[in-house]
Ligand binder design. Structure first.
Ligand code: A2P
Length: 264
């Protein structure tokens, strides 16, 4: 992958790939160096990409590692004809990629009012920002309990989240804080698994709460972050709004926040 330094725009840094992991034929994750100047809040996204035909090709990606980490993780789908991901999936250790200088986003603790239980509802690569949030000590200072739900079409697509949660519980820095307070709740929709069904159905029919031994969404105590496809966001948002929760933002914290997962 050739990059001419003089063509790199000022809005991005060049960072080096230090690890790549292919989870399935359509999912991979990678780790890059973190410039000293790169600051972000857990849950935020940033533009990343490659130089293609002498021009920067950038897409929004959630940072999938916590703000205290010295490197940065990303989790991506591979789209066969995707302008960026068809190329990005070929990166190897030692390659350089572009990293935007201005992370932003709404899936941040500051956009939520104080509460007791934090629900992180994700489908597919929508788990990426929560890979950051569940490893942030601030999350456990603000909430007694964190429920991370991850729904995918097939069982192999759940592997990233399974390893993430296991690694988080074993992490020397946050493991002790997380143990017993982080609940990982998975389901599949197109393959057999101990639990099947869309998260929207599991909320609507009450199974999520029965399985957890918890009460349905309560605007007084429960806060929700949602990340998935546009359709998933719309349907899940309707359910949490029906439960009386109000959407928050950085400017006006509320009871839930949403963000579209990167998709192309
Ligand atoms: P399903 O298999 O029933 O479509 P995708 O890869 O299309 O983003 O899907 C990821 C997961 O999100 C799948 O399990 C899929 O279920 C689920 N999903 C898709 N649309 C919705 C929706 N509107 N509400 C809730 N879950 C959804």
């Amino acid at each position: 992958m050739e990059m001419k330094p003089q063509t790199i725009p000022g809005s991005v840094n060049l960072v080096t790939v230090v690890d790549v992991h292919h989870w399935t034929e359509t999912l991979f994750s990678f780790r890059v160096t973190r410039p000293d100047s790169f600051r972000f809040r857990s849950g935020e996204f940033v533009m990343i990409g490659l130089m293609v035909n002498g021009k920067p090709l950038l897409r929004a990606y959630s940072v999938a590692s916590p703000a205290w980490d010295h490197e940065l993780d990303f989790y991506s789908i591979k789209v066969q004809d995707g302008p960026l991901t068809s190329r990005l999936q070929k990166i190897q250790v030692g390659d350089e990629i572009l990293l935007g200088k201005k992370p932003t986003g709404t899936l941040v603790l500051d956009a939520l009012l104080p509460g007791k239980t934090l629900y992180l509802l994700s489908t597919g690569t929508g788990i990426a920002p929560f890979a950051s949030v569940i490893r942030d000590p601030d999350t456990y200072e603000r909430f007694e309990r964190v429920v991370l739900t991850h729904t995918c079409r097939t069982v192999p697509e759940l592997a990233y989240g399974e390893k993430l949660v296991a690694d988080t519980i074993n992490d020397p820095l946050v493991g002790e804080m997380v143990d017993g307070r982080l609940i990982h709740y998975t389901s599949t929709t197109r393959e057999d698994h101990p639990r099947t069904g869309r998260i929207t159905d599991l909320i609507a029919n009450g199974k999520l709460f029965t399985d957890l031994g918890m009460s349905p969404f309560n605007p007084e105590t429960d806060r929700v972050m949602i990340c998935g496809s546009m359709a998933m966001l719309n349907d899940t948002k309707a359910l949490v709004e029906a439960a009386g929760l109000e959407e928050g933002s950085n400017a006006k914290p509320g009871q839930f926040v949403i963000e579209k997962a990167f998709a192309g």
